[in-house]
Design a protein around this ligand. Structure first.
Ligand SMILES: [Zn+2]
Ligand SMILES: [Zn+2]
Length: 427
């Protein structure tokens, strides 16, 4: 059958508005709205029959029950939900009443057409309201990961706007020891700060094992500037609480939930954070990042460079010290899960490479050792041997007990390519 014959069949069912008629032929021609399609088909039928073209108001249409006249109204309702929100992209989803989907099937069935001919009411509603929302808010549609996701619930007569998170990437230096990377709730009171009616004695009622963290010294500033309702700190690995993070710093992403501002001045944000952190933590290289940057910092393989202060149990001479370092330089190290690490974790042996190691004795019982190694290499154990659980080790090769008294991380670098890649930035 021709398009016009099919259109006559749909028209003959009766009581169908132009848009609902046109929607059955949505896959024919382009650049037309379904309403224009329906009108054009009715005009062609009218010309062929030499009669006035049929006309049914959407308000009287039994298929859409008037919703095809309501695109503007729903778009205005959607836009009003985000009047005070800054965003660049959006997506519209529609939850149509079950009855309308049933009506669509009945219309096609009665006209003797495929049950899925043309497109669904829901698709048209998404598109038509979406176009209008874009015009009203001067933003672009994005089907991948929009800043704002609208849901039009026709059955419940409700519009909701979900504001997706915004992300800021940067590198941090931690200039003081004793600061964990993220909030560390007190285990004695489960972070409540209370034990029964009394303040928790373990944490003085703060709820935290450590009063500050890199997260607490940075994320609240970003949350404030972006006017969000919550923040999460994602680091590219983490150093021990007692280790400093120096040099070029460690990559991180701060995720802000439901931000009302997302295009912020990152230079100024950097200054604000550094002022807030009072020299305990410094950030640099801040940039607006995409959602995918979170996985990037968490999963990207990175090598680390450390500087360790080492103390020996007995005097060590320069020659054996140099020999031991030469053995470790470029070596593959076998490490059982360290004793100090989570005991719930099953012990397993893994291998990690020492890319480069050098050191300097200071007197006979202390030294500074600099190590560049693969991600996951345990440095304290590389020095101490962890009771023979790491081999080879500095202590093992020297036959002298050795321990790290202070540890600094100097660099965290992507193994194959830098963390910073233009695909992960919004600016
Ligand atoms: Zn209709
Ligand atoms: Zn506590």
């Amino acid at each position: 059958m021709s398009v016009l014959e099919d259109a006559r069949a749909v028209d003959a069912v009766g009581g169908v508005c132009d848009a609902c008629l046109g929607r059955v032929f949505a896959d024919r021609s382009f650049g037309l709205t379904n309403r224009e399609r329906g009108r054009a088909l009715r005009t062609a039928i009218g010309l062929e029959d030499d009669e006035e073209p049929a006309s049914v108001d959407a308000a009287d249409c039994w298929v859409c029950e008037g919703y095809c006249d309501a695109f503007d109204e729903w778009a205005e309702r959607a836009a009003s939900k985000v009047e005070d929100v800054e965003f660049e992209s959006y997506q519209v989803g529609t939850r149509p009443p079950a009855l309308i989907e049933e009506n669509e099937r009945m219309l096609r069935e009665d006209a003797g057409l495929d049950a899925d001919a043309g497109e669904r009411f829901k698709s048209e509603f998404n598109r038509e309201v979406g176009k209008r929302v874009g015009r009203l808010t001067d933003t672009e549609v994005d089907f991948e990961r929009p800043d704002v996701q609208f849901l039009l619930d026709l059955a419940e007569d409700e519009v909701t706007a979900e504001i997706n998170s915004a992300f800021v990437y940067g590198r941090y230096r931690k200039l003081e020891r004793g600061i964990p990377q993220t909030k560390w709730p007190c285990s004695a009171c489960n972070g409540s700060g209370r034990q029964g009616r009394e303040p928790c004695e373990e944490c003085d009622g703060s709820g935290y094992r450590y009063p500050e963290s890199v997260e607490q010294l940075t994320a609240p500033v970003v949350e404030d500037v972006m006017d969000g309702v919550g923040a999460t700190f994602h680091g590219a690995g983490r150093e021990d609480v007692d280790a400093r993070m120096l040099g070029t710093g460690r990559p991180f992403v701060i995720e802000i939930e439901e931000p009302r501002r997302r295009t912020v001045d990152t230079d100024r944000l950097q200054q604000d954070i550094n002022a807030f952190a009072e020299g305990k933590v410094e950030v640099e290289g801040l940039r607006l990042a995409t959602h995918d940057m979170v996985e990037r910092v968490k999963r990207h393989d990175a090598s680390k460079r450390y500087s360790a202060q080492v103390r020996f149990d007995e005097p060590v001479d320069a020659e054996s010290f140099a020999d031991a370092l030469a053995e470790l330089d470029g070596a593959t190290i076998e490490q059982e899960t360290p004793n100090r690490v989570d005991h719930r974790r099953a012990s397993k042996v893994r291998t990690r490479d020492v890319y480069e190691i050098e050191g300097e004795l200071e007197g006979s019982r202390t030294a500074t050792v600099e190590v560049h190694g693969a991600g996951g290499l345990y440095i304290k154990e590389l020095i101490s041997s962890d009771e023979g659980r790491t081999t080879p080790s500095l202590a093992g090769l020297l036959g002298v007990g050795a321990e790290v008294t202070a540890l600094d991380v100097l660099r965290v670098d992507g193994e194959d390519e830098p963390f910073e890649h233009s695909a992960y930035f919004r600016d």
